[in-house]
Design a protein around this ligand. Structure first.
Ligand code: NAG
Ligand code: NAG
Ligand code: NAG
Ligand code: NAG
Ligand code: NAG
Ligand code: NAG
Ligand code: NAG
Length: 410
């Protein structure tokens, strides 16, 4: 007698519907595992990447924070409102000064093959608890400092913060966190006759390329130092003083060409850091050159134009304008490389290329100007357009998101 083939009893809950459910469950499980794996490998990549000196030049890593594209994103951006930032500067408040087209506020930087972490002001303040973060440099660095102050100010109640300006030092403090975010004015990094934070429009610019201590003693002990210096060096040569500004007659003056004089100043800066910085405490960053958009011919604009009336960004991938100096950039690279061989790491944050695309994001005429604008100038707006600084909210917020990505890792 043939034994009736045993059929596995199927519990009533299973069957067609049951196997479909298990398939779905399996699919979900696979997706979750894949997501976790991708996330981890992304983090690993990012960590690997941030330990390298010149990540953008690495061919082994796929995550390059500084190469990518701008993506229109009016859901997440701007990260704060111009009007709501108590410390906004009239030089950067483009909306307040009449700019109608506000699209410059709605762009997110999308690096190739990875994402920037989403900016979280509270998480940053936690990282800065009992710490000092100091921007040291020129008005572009001040532009970035104001952006950072606005970014964190949006999560702090007015009673829990203060602003203190004293000469070259400007200190924003989040009192609950005992955290300060500061800006120190020294446009040429080393001592110069342009060191006055207000009256620095000197015709005959003079630098003491070997002297930095007057400035450096104010920031050497900070926990995070973010440097920049470029724009004020943009000339053929610079007058160098060996001697002091107190005794100008007894000094020795000599004109030194660029980029040599820039290198001399950066060497002084590097030597100071090497000797004085506490490597266990202070994290160092250098912002690469912020490009200007003063010649529209470069991006195919009408001859004689500049950034005035631009409303669109450059979409050509890899576009390189003429508003930054590659040979000066190489000097920075060289000085940072040398510092590294002496055991001091300075992380370069390469904003040059990504900002080059943003010809539409400068204040142009929409800012408070120092001088009163004449009738003649009004008739020719490009004459007094600011194509150097950046409207806020805007491009410097993204520079700070890049900085944030590094600080988060520490
Ligand atoms: C974003 O822009 C799109 C297209 O211009 C528009 O339809 C949408 O309402 C905007 N969203 C927000 C939140 O402003
Ligand atoms: C921001 O960071 C804080 C502190 O780490 C955290 O509690 C909060 O959930 C974060 N917010 C978002 C939206 O991720
Ligand atoms: C507050 O922060 C400073 C550094 O900015 C630090 O020296 C000081 O010890 C901190 N105060 C407290 C009470 O932790
Ligand atoms: C401003 O700075 C000077 C020099 O560092 C110092 O002597 C003075 O006390 C400071 N003033 C205030 C109000 O903090
Ligand atoms: C830095 O840390 C190392 C190892 O923990 C220690 O030996 C050294 O004394 C520290 N240096 C400073 C300047 O604190
Ligand atoms: C910055 O990035 C651009 C584009 O990736 C590159 O051409 C340039 O050499 C970099 N500059 C520095 C100083 O690393
Ligand atoms: C702007 O016009 C003034 C005269 O009104 C002239 O002196 C100055 O050189 C012009 N500046 C630029 C950048 O064209």
């Amino acid at each position: 007698m043939a034994k009736k083939q045993q059929v596995m009893p199927v519990p009533p809950a299973w069957g067609i519907r049951g196997s479909f459910q298990s398939l779905v469950a399996l699919l979900i499980a696979t997706l979750v595992v894949a997501a976790i794996y991708l996330r981890q490998s992304n983090e690993r990549l990012f960590q690997y990447w941030t330990t390298q000196k010149d990540p953008a030049g690495l061919s082994t890593s796929t995550c390059k924070l500084f190469t990518g594209k701008w993506v229109y994103d009016n859901e997440s951006y701007p990260l704060y409102k111009e009007k709501e930032c108590a410390f906004m500067s009239d030089q950067l408040a483009c909306e307040k000064f009449g700019r109608m087209d506000l699209n410059y506020q709605f762009w997110r930087w999308q690096p190739h093959h990875c994402d920037l972490p989403r900016f979280n002001a509270t998480a940053l303040l936690e990282k800065l608890r009992n710490k000092r973060l100091v921007y040291v440099g020129d008005s572009l660095n001040r532009n970035q400092w104001i952006s950072m102050v606005c970014l964190v100010d949006s999560v702090i109640a007015p009673a829990f913060r203060s602003m203190h300006n004293n000469g070259s030092i400007n200190i924003f403090k989040a009192t609950e966190y005992n955290a300060t975010i500061e800006f120190y004015w020294s446009p040429l990094m080393v001592e110069s006759n342009s060191d006055d934070p207000v009256n620095h429009r000197v015709q005959d610019r003079i630098v003491r390329v070997q002297a930095i201590e007057k400035h450096a003693r104010h920031w050497t002990n900070a926990d995070f130092l973010i440097f920049n210096t470029y724009l004020w060096w943009r000339r053929r040569q610079m007058k160098v003083l060996w001697g002091s500004f107190e005794n100008p007659e007894s000094g020795i003056y000599k004109a030194v060409k660029l980029p040599r004089v820039y290198e001399m100043a950066l060497q002084t800066w590097a030597q100071w850091l090497e000797v004085h910085v506490n490597r266990n405490k202070t994290k160092l960053f250098f912002m690469s050159m912020s490009p200007t958009h003063q010649k529209a011919a470069k991006w195919g604009g009408i001859g004689g134009k500049n950034c005035y009336s631009e409303t669109e960004l450059v979409t050509e991938e890899g576009y390189v304008g003429d508003g930054a100096s590659p040979r000066m950039m190489r000097v920075v690279d060289k000085v940072l490389d040398e510092l590294k061989t002496r055991g001091l790491n300075v992380q370069m944050i390469n904003i040059t290329q990504l900002s080059d695309y943003r010809k539409e994001a400068h204040p142009s005429i929409y800012r408070k100007h120092w001088e009163t604008i004449t009738e003649e100038q009004l008739a020719n707006p490009k004459n007094y357009s600011d194509c150097i600084h950046w409207c806020l909210p805007g491009v410097p917020d993204v520079w700070n998101e890049l900085l944030y990505a590094y600080i988060l890792q520490l």
